[in-house]
Design a binder for this molecule. Structure first.
Ligand code: NAD
Ligand code: AHE
Ligand code: ZN
Length: 368
């Protein structure tokens, strides 16, 4: 079949809208009509050329929601008309990683996914006979996609696609990092570096679990009002203080219990670790840093009890946890609507990237 899609031909170049050829689902695969997709900073990161796994030409996008159109042989857990959220972190429930119950990083299809291919090592997308690569196993900047069954979370049918698509990455990443990765407890002091589409979700989860001080750090002063609405109690603009780490230590009687890095900058990663409380403070890296970047600190920071952790997709097991997060949204336990600042048709997707770069948007959502 044909599908409309935004193609990334080359690093650093705008996407172009094309009619591409999409092969139908093979065994264990599902054809999905994508109804809406968010634009995450990671899409921009890959498009910029900074991603060592970046591969072109590709169809980017990993924050979608849609409807099952058809299933391939052997698919048992999904059928036509089911509502689904594609998962860039699948959940096969059979691999060593899934069975360990210690991680959400299912590895069943990771190697082909990282090479822009389906599990049989081929692409379902092509244009004029030239293969176009998949991205993060999802490619939600295409109106129709083929996705392995293990990479789809079945969600309730009454949830609006243009809001729950954001659960496909940003919402789950931010909220999950607080509740699944860090397991922040009531009364804890929390610091969030980067108050964008991820950091604001960290803030709303910190408030939800009853954190005491919730300190936000961002270079963009426009982020303060929205962050306060979501539960931030103190704001630090790094350009307005002499030393960010000292400011946080001063506000928290010795340091944060938990810090979250939601920028993707190795300098803020170091600050996020070093603002943590001696003896027990934990720093969770969420931000994705460019190829070749490395983090550093004095090992003494770790010797004296601070812990450095990372979190992918908020530590969430997609098929198990994503439907619950959709329920939380529908039960008004979490706020998604206020974070979606822009809606765009696919033809204007490049404007969504511009809005992100200029700091005007929190999340732009493309509606098909
Ligand atoms: P975003 O662009 O919406 O937000 C980034 C925020 O950081 C902005 O508000 C910006 O003003 C702020 N910022 C930039 N430089 C800063 C600095 N030096 N100090 C303080 N603040 C600064 O991006 P997003 O969609 O929220 O994504 C944030 C990061 O998280 C990206 O690196 C993205 O790739 C990554 N990410 C990781 C996961 C994961 O599973 N680990 C999932 C989604 C996104
Ligand atoms: N391809 C990148 C890795 C980027 C990365 O860390 N991705 C996160 C999700 S970001 C979503 O917005 C992730 O889930 N990582 C785990 C994994 O297996 O990719 C690089 O730097 O190579
Ligand atoms: Zn993302």
């Amino acid at each position: 079949m044909k599908t409309k899609a935004a193609i990334a031909w080359k690093a650093g170049h705008p996407l172009t809208i094309e009619e591409v050829e999409l092969e139908g689902p093979k065994a264990g695969e599902v054809l999905v009509e994508v109804k809406a997709t968010g634009i995450c900073h990671t899409d921009y990161y890959t498009l910029s050329g900074a991603d060592p796994e970046g591969i072109f030409p590709a169809i980017l996008g990993h924050e979608g929601a849609g409807v099952v159109v058809d299933v391939g042989p052997g698919v048992t857990s999904l059928r036509k008309d089911d509502h689904v959220i594609p998962l860039y972190t699948p959940e096969c429930r059979q691999c060593k990683f899934c069975l360990s119950q210690k991680t959400n990083l299912c590895q069943a299809i990771r190697s082909t996914q990282g090479r822009g291919l389906m599990p049989d090592a081929t692409s379902r997308f092509s244009l004029d006979g030239q293969p176009i690569y998949h991205y993060m196993g999802t490619s939600t900047f295409s109106n129709y996609i083929v996705v392995p069954e293990i990479a789809l979370a079945k969600v309730r049918n009454d949830a609006p696609f243009d809001k729950i698509c954001y659960i496909g990455c940003g919402v789950t990443t931010g909220i999950g990092a607080v509740i699944f990765t860090a397991k922040v407890e009531a009364g804890a002091n929390v610091v969030v570096f980067g108050l964008g589409g991820i950091g604001l979700n960290v803030i709303q989860a910190a408030k939800m679990v009853g954190a005491d001080k919730i300190i936000g750090v961002d270079l963009n002063p426009e982020r303060e009002a929205m962050a306060r609405k979501f539960g931030m109690t103190h704001f630090i603009n790094p350009t307005k203080v002499e030393n960010v780490v000292d400011s946080i230590i001063g506000l928290t009687d010795g340091g944060a219990d938990y810090s979250f890095e939601c920028v993707g900058n190795v300098n803020t990663m170091r600050q996020a670790l070093e603002c943590c409380h001696k003896g027990w403070g934990q720093s969770i890296i969420i931000g994705v840093a460019a190829a070749g970047q490395e983090i550093s600190t004095r090992p003494f920071q770790l010797v004296t009890g601070r812990e450095w952790k990372g979190s992918a997709f908020g530590g969430a097991r997609g098929r198990t946890d994503v439907p619950k997060i959709v329920d939380w949204y529908m039960e008004n336990k979490i706020n998604i609507d206020d974070l979606i600042t822009h809606h765009l048709p696919l033809d204007r997707i490049n404007e969504g990237f511009d809005l992100m770069k200029s700091g005007e948007s929190i999340r732009s959502v493309v509606v098909y």
